[in-house]
Ligand binder design. Sequence first.
Ligand SMILES: Nc1nc2c(ncn2[C@@H]2O[C@H](COP(=O)(O)OP(=O)(O)OP(=O)(O)O)[C@@H](O)[C@H]2O)c(=O)[nH]1
Ligand SMILES: [Mg+2]
Length: 204
Amino acid sequence: MKKSAARLGIGGPVGSGKTALLECLVPLLIKEGLEVAIVTNDLLTTEDADRLKNKGILPPERIIGVETGSCPHTAIREDPSMNLLAIQDLEILYPQLDLIAIESGGDNLASTFSYDLVDAYIFVLDVGAGDDIPRKNGPGFVQSDLAVINKIDIAPYVGADLELIRREAPLYRQGKAIAYTNCKTGEGLDSVMRFILEKLLFVS
Ligand SMILES: Nc1nc2c(ncn2[C@@H]2O[C@H](COP(=O)(O)OP(=O)(O)OP(=O)(O)O)[C@@H](O)[C@H]2O)c(=O)[nH]1
Ligand SMILES: [Mg+2]
């Protein structure tokens, strides 16, 4: 019997690029021959699920929008029941799934996932938040399995020192993986793919 799909959380502050990262990753995962589905979380809408469906990166039935109606991190940590139900629905419909990605609603530096919900999670920050963001030692950044520092292209426009971020981020991550990405061009996505394939799906 096939093992259930691997579950990947994607969390991080509002607007850091979580959905943009999914838009880039899904075609790359499909190219690897993987069967993928997505659960998105928004407070009071299914905005991100609708956006992903409109983009056509997956058949729309493979994307479920969960309206959490509460603090986003409650739905990924304290009470993940709504997300677990969505995952169950997807697994019944698509028993062949290899990977289910769960995007958290945009939250703050403290948002972490429960490992009852996911096997691993990515925390997405963007350089627009400032080059001191690693130093704030936020639990999401420090504890996540992969930290993605996104929007590296905008560093010069927001006065963020990318080299400083590159020097300081590893000090807070204590050896855990970090990727530096530009979702507009695809730069850095190879590191994210490597993480997913090797550390989550155990394929090389
Ligand atoms: N310049 C630049 N813009 C980006 C990048 N990644 C995402 N964006 C833009 O940033 C904005 C927010 O991206 P989203 O993917 O919606 O961010 P999100 O984290 O999913 O947002 P919420 O779900 O609302 O928390 C959009 O306008 C994206 O086009 C990037 O690498 N570079
Ligand atoms: Mg989003």
